[in-house]
Design a protein around this ligand. Structure first.
Ligand SMILES: [Zn+2]
Ligand SMILES: [Zn+2]
Length: 498
């Protein structure tokens, strides 16, 4: 979900003339109404927390039912929270107020203070942080009622810090870049028109992608994986797959997440990260398969592909904006929202389609990482020989990977709610699943595909051929669009816009 949150927050930080409060005295009304709205949604959150804690304490046997109801409510309240914050800015006059409250004198004129645009989405930040504090007890109660997990639940501060760190990296980093740029434009307008600044701001996205791994380590509190059996095993597998990285990192989440990820374009600044839970709860062969999936992203050049796709797409979108501007010449500040909405929609649809296909390719490589060279094998033992570079694909390898996926799904409590009835609720849940899975296909779809490959290996070859064609068409199409638009609007103009 972060994508819509990121673009929503960016939209809130733009210099748009937000509407005035509904009645006088304007400032007091804006503060009172927005404060009231925030207090109201927090009250609902406290109510939900209290119900969960009491229900589970009274009858631990109801934990599954309570857990499901809690998850449903949290999902609905996620949208209520965003809607409330948007309502504060759009209807209750909070945006208008924030643009007047955080002002300072600069060159004899009242100017919005540095980074003060973050005051506009402030109601959302308040609700978000307060919700982490409020829901902690509900999450802990559910965790303790489950019983089978011997791990103690994270202490309150660690839980808050875990959420805060993820939010900072996934959501606030892009928002901070935009806000920094706006602050510089306000306070050093000459500098932002210089060539050095333009080149620096063009380079910031690729540089960030390149050095993201170095940033991630302190931001998420990652540690180098200690020497031992697991590390030795991963290193041996990396060697067999001809894969190089700087380090294997451990992400301490107090058991909150079972995940792995890869970050970094170059082997020298590339990390593979495993959460504590996935290391502890997955059998060795399944951990190999998960690691194979991450290696697959590097082997198939996905990280480079994403970097190239994002750079090209942003350049094309910028050129489109100039074209629009040349045709319309409007002055309404609300039009600033158009590029934000278009970019969000474009990334959701096109990047989503690309990412889901690449994830499937990485899934297949994960199967290959634990496959032998016999396409009809019936099981693996100590004597099984695994080919170098993940050259084989066998039924046992695929089944190992599928088991790993199922286990990760179980650890995250993704077991389906039972047979779905055709109802509005089912429709909403389906839409929500689709939005949540814009980067990864839903777990059952991934598993069903891999099972189908066991029956019909030709499916895999067809998929690889089609994906290659898809990547070529996408990148060449973007390149052609950029060249055509660049000629049309003028390269000089395009460079200025960037
Ligand atoms: Zn992946
Ligand atoms: Zn095999």
């Amino acid at each position: 979900m972060p994508i819509f949150l990121v673009f929503g927050l960016i939209a809130a930080c733009l210099p748009i003339d937000w509407p005035e409060p509904p009645f006088e005295p304007a400032r007091e009304v804006a503060v009172a109404l927005s404060g009231g709205a925030v207090a109201l949604v927090l009250l609902v959150a406290v109510g939900l927390r209290t119900w969960v804690v009491r229900a589970v304490r009274r009858d631990p046997g109801r934990r599954i039912e309570v857990g499901r109801a809690y998850a449903r409510w949290r999902r609905a309240l996620f949208f209520v929270n965003i809607g409330t914050a948007a309502g504060c800015v759009l209807a209750l006059g909070w945006g208008w107020y924030a643009q007047r409250a955080f002002v300072m004198e600069w060159n004899g004129r009242p100017t919005l203070a540095p980074f003060a645009e973050l005051g506009v989405p402030l109601p959302y930040f308040v609700v978000l942080f307060a919700c982490w504090v409020i829901y902690y007890d509900a999450e802990r109660a559910l965790h303790e009622a489950r019983g089978y997990d011997r791990r103690p639940f994270a202490p309150r501060l660690a839980y808050l810090l875990h959420n805060l760190r993820q939010f900072a990296l996934m959501v606030m980093l892009p928002v901070a870049l935009i806000v920094t740029q706006q602050t510089l434009t306000r306070f050093a307008p000459e500098a932002t028109r210089s060539d050095v600044y333009r080149i620096a701001s063009l380079a910031v996205v690729p540089l960030l992608l390149l050095f993201m791994p170095l940033l991630m380590k302190p931001l998420l509190g990652l540690r180098s994986m200690p020497a031992g059996e697991t590390r030795d095993r991963l290193e041996a597998l990396a060697k067999r797959l001809n894969f190089r990285c700087t380090d294997f990192l451990l992400w301490p989440t107090h058991g909150a997440a079972a995940n792995a990820l890869i970050a970094g374009l170059l082997p020298r600044v590339r990390y593979v990260v495993f959460t504590d839970r996935i290391i502890e709860d997955l059998p060795p062969d399944e951990l190999d398969a998960v690691f194979g999936h991450e290696v697959g992203h590097a082997k198939h050049g996905h990280i480079w592909l994403y970097a190239g796709f994002l750079s090209l797409s942003l350049a094309v979108l910028a050129a489109l904006l100039i074209l629009l501007d040349q045709q319309m010449r409007a002055t309404d500040t609300w039009l600033l929202l158009v590029p934000v909405v278009v970019t969000a929609g474009y990334l959701f649809v096109v990047f989503g389609a690309l990412s889901r296909r690449c994830e499937r390719q990485a899934d297949v490589f994960g199967c290959r990482a634990v496959s032998c060279s016999d396409p009809a094998c019936t099981g693996h033992g100590d004597a099984t020989e695994y080919p170098r570079g993940g050259a084989g694909l066998c039924p046992t390898g695929i089944r190992t990977f599928v088991r790993a996926l199922e286990r990760v799904g179980d650890l995250h409590g993704l077991t389906p709610d039972g047979p779905e009835r055709r109802s509005l609720g089912a429709l909403v849940r389906g839409a929500w699943a689709w939005v949540r899975h814009w980067l990864h296909a839903p777990m059952p779809r991934r598993i069903a595909y891999l099972r189908a490959v066991i029956e019909r290996p030709a499916l895999e070859r067809r998929f690889q051929r089609r994906l290659f064609a898809f990547k070529c068409v996408l990148m060449l199409g973007l390149l052609a669009a950029l060249i055509a638009l660049g000629r049309f609007v003028g390269w000089e103009k395009l460079y200025e816009q960037l």
